[in-house]
Design a protein around this ligand. Structure first.
Ligand code: ADP
Ligand code: ADP
Ligand code: ZN
Length: 217
């Protein structure tokens, strides 16, 4: 079962992907996380993409397709959750070709629909555990003990440099211009399941479970 989580920045893709890793043993492939890893390890690639990411632009198709190809080939099997990829039609075509080469298929695309005003609130309140990647929010998902990660106990909780108002504006524009055409693309392929991403985290999770269960049967 291979799934794409499609939605604007702050829609809840990472939150739901992490949950599916735990509940179903799926493999999360987040190009955002891969690019942030590249930055942390101070590779040439990291330096090349840093300014684009901080400004909220899209990194070139070539770079993200190479990253995904590397991870897919290394992982072998299936059970992939694509989180934040593909973000352009060229990336979607490349994914199709890659999966085909590995003898895999794409089983479902969940479109997470969230109002723009809510996205702004979610991004403004978002923070993450640097040690385990658990995602938090100031009001909707605060840690049980302030400043401490519920999952791993770390106190290294951080806010992303691109989670600011200017960058978010650019990211939303990029989403509507370059990524939202994928909604029609996957609808035409009969793979699209739109979901109300305004619901709380547990309700959205049940919606995704229902999509996966019906795609499996
Ligand atoms: P969000 O959680 O806000 O949706 P991500 O963590 O997925 O953001 O991505 C952060 C940034 O990394 C993006 O704004 C973009 O600069 C870059 N990025 C991530 N995935 C892609 C992709 N598939 N294509 C191009 N750029 C990407
Ligand atoms: P994305 O990966 O799509 O950018 P995230 O999963 O990082 O989105 O979620 C963005 C922020 O919104 C996080 O702070 C997260 O805790 C919070 N969040 C995620 N899903 C929901 C939801 N259904 N309701 C309210 N807040 C949510
Ligand atoms: Zn943690």
């Amino acid at each position: 079962m291979n799934l794409i989580l499609l939605g604007p920045p702050g829609a809840g893709k990472g939150t739901q992907a992490k949950r599916l890793v735990e509940s179903r043993g799926m493999i999360q492939l987040s190009t955002g996380d891969m690019l942030r890893d590249a930055r942390r390890s101070e590779t040439p690639l990291g330096a090349q993409v840093a300014a684009i990411m901080d400004a909220g632009g899209l990194v070139t198709d070539e770079i993200v397709i190479d990253l995904i190809e590397e991870k897919l080939t290394a992982a072998g099997g299936g059970g992939f959750i694509f989180d934040g990829f593909p973000r352009t039609l060229a990336q979607a075509d490349a994914l199709d070709a890659l999966l085909g080469r590995l003898g895999q298929t794409l089983d479902a695309v969940v479109e997470m629909r969230v109002d723009d005003e809510a996205l702004v609130d979610r991004i403004a309140g978002r923070f993450t555990c640097r040690d385990c990647g658990e995602m938090y929010h100031d009001t909707t998902r605060p840690p049980l003990i302030p400043g401490k990660c519920d999952v791993c106990g770390s106190d290294d909780l951080y806010r992303r440099p691109d989670d600011n108002a200017d960058s978010l504006r650019t990211r939303l524009l990029e989403y509507y211009k370059k990524t939202s055409p994928l909604i029609g693309y996957y609808h035409a392929k009969g793979l699209l399941s739109p979901l109300d991403g305004m619901e709380d985290i547990a309700t959205v999770a049940r919606g995704i479970d229902a999509v996966l269960d019906s795609a499996a049967s």
